[in-house]
Design a protein around this ligand. Structure first.
Ligand SMILES: [Ca+2]
Length: 179
């Protein structure tokens, strides 16, 4: 009787060990698959936009976002090159369906102002730059309307010497959420 009980307990213990051996590789595989899937949904993305304003009206550059994607911007860097004595103001704007109504509108636009810091004047060209860690969402579509990122630059006075503003955005693309 006692022997049978001991045998029974040993069998039970062996079953537990076997179950653990079988289950742990399965769990590891599932975890790896989930991690791989998360990474696959994010595609690295970077782009550079250029404007060349000559006066105090905005000049714009447009970045199209791949169809069906949301661009998540994590860093922006910018540089302005202007004739000595002038200054450039820069901003960019993007869209996301903030109110979730599936229709693009004024409630869905957000502006990001770029705080340029003057670096000095080099051969008559004044340089100002910025480098910002950000979190900005830019959807390629709201409802039936396509959207992108618009970069704007303007000077505080007119010039015939020319100027240039550049914006580099870095981040990743992910699928737009399905509503
Ligand atoms: Ca909306």
């Amino acid at each position: 009787m006692k022997d049978q009980l001991v045998k029974s307990m040993r069998r039970a213990a062996a079953a537990v060990v076997l179950a653990a051996l079988v289950a742990s590789p399965l769990r590891a595989t599932e975890t790896d698959a989930a991690e791989h899937s998360d990474k696959a949904e994010r595609t690295p993305f970077q782009a550079r936009l250029i404007v060349a304003p000559t006066a105090n009206g905005f000049q714009s550059a447009y970045l199209a976002i791949p169809a069906g994607k949301r661009l998540v911007i994590e860093n922006v860097s910018a540089i302005a090159r202007v004739p000595e004595g002038l200054k450039m103001e820069m901003n960019f704007f993007t869209y996301m369906d903030n109110d979730g109504d599936g229709v693009g509108g004024i409630e869905d636009i957000v502006f990001h102002r770029i705080a340029l810091v003057e670096q000095g004047t080099f051969d008559g060209v004044t340089i100002a730059s910025a480098n910002h860690k950000v979190l900005v969402f830019a959807d390629s579509r709201i409802g039936e309307t396509g959207y992108g990122l618009t970069f704007q630059g303007r000077l505080n006075a007119s010039t015939t010497s020319g100027s240039q503003g550049q914006l580099t955005v870095s981040g990743y693309l992910e699928d737009l959420p399905v509503r």
